[in-house]
Ligand binder design. Structure first.
Ligand code: ADP
Length: 430
């Protein structure tokens, strides 16, 4: 890891992401808009050198852990970023607002505000390029209201309310308001005016409507003076221009020229989203697939050992796939038998152990599908940081791990990417 040098300076933007694929998604947006970005995995400790980058994203796995733990980790990451010298902060969560009635989005946002002495922030998960738009405070996934989309069946955070003002309001102590699309369409000054009025009326967080990248750029501009911005990766696209306008960010930055990484190729899939199911089906047409059955795991079968034995003779002859991905009805059956969190953890642990075994056997080019799954895998591999390179699909960049041995990784949030994503990832990776 590089330490801050004369050309490195201190990071302008310090980010905390509630899962690993979300963190790479945010890093991807910042890179595309000209900020050199490094992602650190887990709360850095005092000995962690500050990377020479315009933005640092600390990736946590805090989306579905108990609220108090999510708050503690997020504040610890924020404190590290403040000591590192960042002047503005971003809390990144999923563009489908993955959370429950208890949190963790609201409590984490409020704890970060409190730490920063900030009285107002926004919550804007819009990501139009991936079909996530917000209109009159309601989040749409493609043409469907969030609560009518496949997110209502998510294994860990089923989303049953598309009204974000109401939904976030259940998670927060403070009042949640709305900046409507008509205001957003009028530009940054109008949006800032709305922030001021909302604060006067006692609101501390505003959902902000956004249906296009133009809206997000205006919202980003309006957020220049906020200590904390919260949202999906989309709203971060407007932030680099603020730093450029202040003369603090040079033109021409962005993606790292990543070193080439040679080695065997594998995909680990633990996402059960429709996009991932289509990718697994497409990939299995060309590549060998080993399926992980959670019920067999629960009965004590050594599927990790079986998967690794299966993989050993196949590695290096083309990419292979180990997958637990299953359609909603099957997931529901497994959850009924094992419990929701228990099933998730059991599968994540198995996928992480498979990944560790595959890397020991020579895999150096790895694609992981699923946010929680990616967190478990990267944790097991003890990867501490990632350099961010070119984009594979909206929201998913190529990355290369810091430390030895370097690995080429593509960490994909469940719903992202077309059906041929896995092949495309191997073609795009350095
Ligand atoms: P996404 O990015 O699509 O949300 P995640 O990896 O974050 O994917 O979440 C998927 C969760 O579902 C993980 O906890 C994973 O372990 C769990 N899971 C994967 N396959 C199954 C299955 N067949 N049955 C039950 N749970 C599963």
């Amino acid at each position: 890891m590089t330490t801050t040098g004369s050309d490195g300076g201190v990071p302008l933007l310090g980010c905390v992401a509630d899962d690993f694929t979300g963190a790479t998604d945010l890093a991807n947006t910042l890179v595309k808009n000209g900020m050199r970005t490094v992602q650190l995995l887990g709360v850095p400790d005092a000995a962690t050198p500050v990377p020479a980058a315009d933005a640092v994203v600390v990736a946590l796995k805090s989306r579905t852990i108990p609220v108090a733990d999510a708050v503690a980790q997020s504040v610890a990451a924020l404190d590290w970023l403040r000591v590192a010298g960042a002047g503005q902060f971003f809390f990144k969560y999923c563009s489908t607002f993955d959370s429950t009635e208890k949190g963790n989005i609201g409590p984490v946002a409020e704890a970060m505000m409190e730490r920063l002495g900030s009285r107002f922030t926004i919550a804007c998960p819009a990501f139009p390029e991936n079909g996530r738009t917000i209109y009159k405070g309601h989040l749409f996934v493609g043409d469907l209201l969030l609560s009518d989309s496949s997110m209502r069946h998510h294994p860990l955070t089923p989303m049953s309310d598309g009204n974000l003002v109401r939904f976030l309001g259940r998670q927060t102590k403070g009042k949640v308001g709305l900046v409507p699309i008509a205001t957003v369409a009028s530009g940054a000054k109008a949006i800032q005016g709305a922030f001021g009025e909302l604060q006067e009326d006692g609101f501390s967080i505003a959902i902000v409507d956004a249906v296009t990248d133009r809206d997000l750029a205006a919202i980003g501009e309006a957020c220049a003076g906020l200590a904390l911005v919260t949202g999906g990766s989309g709203v971060a696209l407007g932030l680099p221009a603020n730093f450029r306008g202040q003369g603090r960010l040079a033109d021409g930055g962005g993606a790292d020229a990543l070193p080439a990484v040679a080695g065997a190729e594998a995909v680990i899939s633990g996402s059960c989203s429709p996009a991932t199911l289509a990718q697994v089906a497409r990939f299995a047409d060309h590549a060998p697939l080993f399926a992980i059955d959670p019920l067999a795991l629960a009965e004590g079968r050594d599927l990790v050992g079986e998967a690794l034995d299966w993989a050993r003779g196949r590695l290096g002859k083309g990419p292979l796939l180990v997958s637990a991905s299953a359609p909603a009805a099957k997931v529901a059956e497994v959850q009924k038998r094992l419990g929701v969190m228990e099933a998730g953890e059991l599968v994540e642990k198995a996928m992480a152990a498979v990944a560790k075994g595959l890397v020991s056997a020579g895999v150096r080019r790895l694609v992981v599908a699923g946010g929680e799954t990616a967190g478990a895998v990267v944790g097991a591999l003890r990867i501490r940081g990632l350099r961010i390179g070119r984009e594979i699909a909206p929201g998913v960049p190529c990355t290369v791990s810091l430390g030895e041995p370097p690995m080429a990784l593509a960490l994909k949030s469940g719903n992202f990417g077309d059906a041929d994503f896995f092949m495309k990832a191997f073609r795009t990776m350095p």
